[in-house]
Design a protein around this ligand. Structure first.
Ligand code: FVH
Length: 308
């Protein structure tokens, strides 16, 4: 940034970090490395020792930390802890900017935004898609949602943490993307582990299966943009195979799992969802038609297919 006007460059803007657990300490370290004056506060002050040795200032209270930064990053266990801190006696928020990187739900994020903005502060909610050691590198993806103008103003500072993105004005979006990413991650890992369990019964080890599994995962990932178009259009013509054909293959998967003596809960769940869709008349359509099953509460789908 041009600094000839006397305007502070982004790296000289003071930043506060409240919450110095494993993640909070990494965030504070990244701001220090980027050249920011950093104020820190933690309920257990001893966790600040190394950061203070590295140049951070330890605030005597959370309120002091919130007054000291051009923005304050919160990274606490959960939203209950966030409210404990923000509702503290000496905490005034008027005119401050709070970036809350604590994990929580979309409603937690929206509620925190309402409370903070009501007290005269600007608020961004966020989600960290990285481990502490990645913070400060491009591999650390940090999602933000809330007013775009607030994000744009602080983006050069937040960029010290990694690859930062703004998802939209709704403060609940960061948490929603976070959990959408988690459902992808655990579903892929569970599928790989189930496949690994099957192959191990024939003496094939996990390392041998892994490259094949990687290839399948990459191929399926390539289908997503086309399938997303079908979902957004709400039209699911069978271009490659019908859901009925997929359901027959699901039966083979269950039978193979039973015969091999491995856990069959995952294929049974997969087939139960597809069976409901076939029963609802979608057997000749393509797989993404299952969005209709995923878009209603679980009980509703089960009740319909059992005639309840
Ligand atoms: N660590 C990670 O890899 C993940 C990556 C993805 C995102 N998470 C989220 O980041 C939040 C913090 O996680 P953390 O790993 O830093 O957690 P801890 O090391 O357990 O630190 C928790 C800090 O919260 C403070 N705290 C808790 N309750 C209160 C409270 N009522 N009042 C004030 N502070 C509170 C705690 O203070 P202390 O116990 O040291 O006194 C720690 O500073 C989290 O949302 C992850 O999901 C990290």
């Amino acid at each position: 940034m041009d600094n000839t006007s006397g305007t502070p460059s982004s790296s000289t803007l003071p930043v506060s970090v409240v919450g110095l657990g494993l993640m909070g300490r990494s965030l504070a370290r990244a701001f220090l490395r980027a050249g920011h004056p950093v104020t820190v506060w933690n309920r257990t002050s001893s966790k600040a020792a190394q950061l203070v040795a590295d140049g951070a200032r330890l605030a005597p209270s959370a309120g002091d930390a919130l007054r000291s930064g051009s923005l304050t990053v919160l990274c606490l266990t959960d939203y209950a802890a966030v409210l404990d801190v923000l509702d503290g006696d000496d905490v005034g928020l008027d005119g401050t900017t709070v970036v809350n990187l604590t994990s929580g739900s979309s409603s937690d994020g929206r509620e925190a935004a309402r409370r903070v903005e009501r007290r005269g502060a600007r608020y961004l909610d966020g989600a960290i898609m990285a481990v502490p050691s990645a913070i400060g590198t491009a591999d650390a993806v940090v999602l933000h949602s809330g007013p775009r103008s607030v994000f744009e103003k602080h983006e050069p500072t937040l960029a010290a943490l990694g690859t930062v993105t703004h998802l939209g004005e709704d403060p609940g979006l960061a948490a929603l993307y976070d959990v959408a990413g988690l459902t992808m991650m655990w579903s892929v890992l569970d599928a790989w582990l189930h496949g690994t369990a099957l192959l191990r019964t024939a003496g094939v080890d996990a390392a041998t299966f892994a490259p094949f599994a990687q290839q399948i995962a990459a191929e399926v990932a390539g289908w997503l943009p086309g399938y997303a178009e079908q979902v957004d259009r709400g039209s699911f013509p069978a271009e490659v195979s019908t859901l009925e054909t997929d359901v027959r293959a699901m039966s083979h998967l269950i039978a193979e799992s039973e015969a091999a003596g491995v856990n069959d809960e995952l294929p049974r769940l997969i087939k139960a969802i597809a069976d409901r869709s076939v029963a609802a008349g979608h057997g000749t359509e393509q797989y993404p038609v299952l969005i209709e099953e995923f878009s209603k509460p679980s009980g509703a789908g089960q009740a319909e297919s059992s005639g309840r």
